[in-house]
Ligand binder design. Structure first.
Ligand code: PLP
Length: 286
């Protein structure tokens, strides 16, 4: 696979970075993950805006211009992805190279940029049959709104979930369900759809925000209000949203079956609306 690293397009096994890159030493960087349908990026401007915000919040002095588009187009071309649908475009920017020190380098450093585009089809089984998830204490830092490359707590939670026979984990902070390890979570209860507000406790997902728009445009009652763990037994439906998940149902949480482990009607309607949007915006011949 051809990747992009600091201005060069190289085979991934030939690409390397300086060991003093602060991303490598201190996880001092931010990233974005984009979905590509039929060669076109989903909600590009929204992702770009969030990326710039993450850079600003970490005080990495770098203004995005049109490199996101250029790098994507080149990687798409160089990897001959013309006939591949459902790609994932990853890009990260670190504060750059400096001898290890918590304080930011005094001299302005050149940021480190790494990007790749890979094939990542939707997990059809999970999409159609739903996932089994567990809950886990939200022991992450209090700036989950920044898409920072430091993801150890998320990795640990995901691996613990897998080791215990689940597909993923839902984080719980002070009794409140915040989000999953790499996606946002929604619940349906008494005909209202609930999801955690876009605070510092969650990443404001591009997919989350798109699903909220779908709900508002299509007459679903939606509340950006979090669900507490003690209410889990009372929910009618649950689903995750994320760049590579779209709307993926949850059918079991810990030992609680949701909707008798069947994908619920509201979830199915949102999946359908999502697919219609994709059809109209990415696949329709004009
Ligand atoms: N929450 C976390 C912790 C994530 O890592 C992600 C995606 O990577 C999301 C939510 C979903 O965000 P998006 O819909 O923009 O992919």
């Amino acid at each position: 696979m051809i990747v992009f690293v600091n201005g060069k397009y190289l085979n991934d096994n030939e690409a390397n970075i300086n060991v003093n890159d602060r991303g490598y030493l201190l996880a001092d960087g931010v990233y974005e993950g984009f979905r590509v349908y039929n060669g076109k990026i989903f909600k590009f401007q929204e992702h770009k805006q969030r990326f710039q915000r993450s850079l600003n919040e970490l005080k990495i002095q770098y203004t995005l211009k049109d490199e996101l588009e250029t790098i994507f187009e080149n990687l798409f071309e160089k990897n001959s992805y013309k006939n591949s649908d459902e790609l994932f475009y990853y890009i990260q920017i670190t504060r750059g190279v400096a001898l290890r020190d918590h304080a930011f380098p005094k001299e302005k450093t050149k940021v480190g940029i790494y990007a790749f585009v890979a094939k990542k089809p939707l997990n059809e089984k999970a999409y159609n049959e739903g996932l089994k998830v567990c809950t886990t204490p939200d022991n992450r830092w209090a700036r989950c709104d920044i898409k920072c490359i430091s993801l150890t707590a998320n990795c640990l939670a995901k691996q613990n979930a897998l080791d215990n026979g689940f597909d993923d984990a839902l984080f719980v902070h002070d009794g409140v369900i915040t989000e999953a390890t790499a996606s946002n979570v929604f619940f349906v209860k008494d005909n209202t759809i609930y999801t955690h507000g876009a605070t510092n406790r969650i990443l404001s997902g591009i997919t989350r925000n798109f699903v909220i728009d779908l709900c508002n445009e299509n007459g679903f009652k939606l509340s950006e209000f979090p669900l507490t763990v003690d209410k889990l037994k009372t929910v009618d439906e649950a689903f995750l949203t994320g760049t590579t998940l779209e709307v993926t149902p949850i059918v079991k949480i810990n030992n609680i079956s949701i909707n008798e482990q069947k994908v619920g009607e509201t979830t199915k309607k949102l999946q359908k609306l999502f697919k219609e949007y994709l059809q109209n915006n990415f696949y329709k011949k004009s």
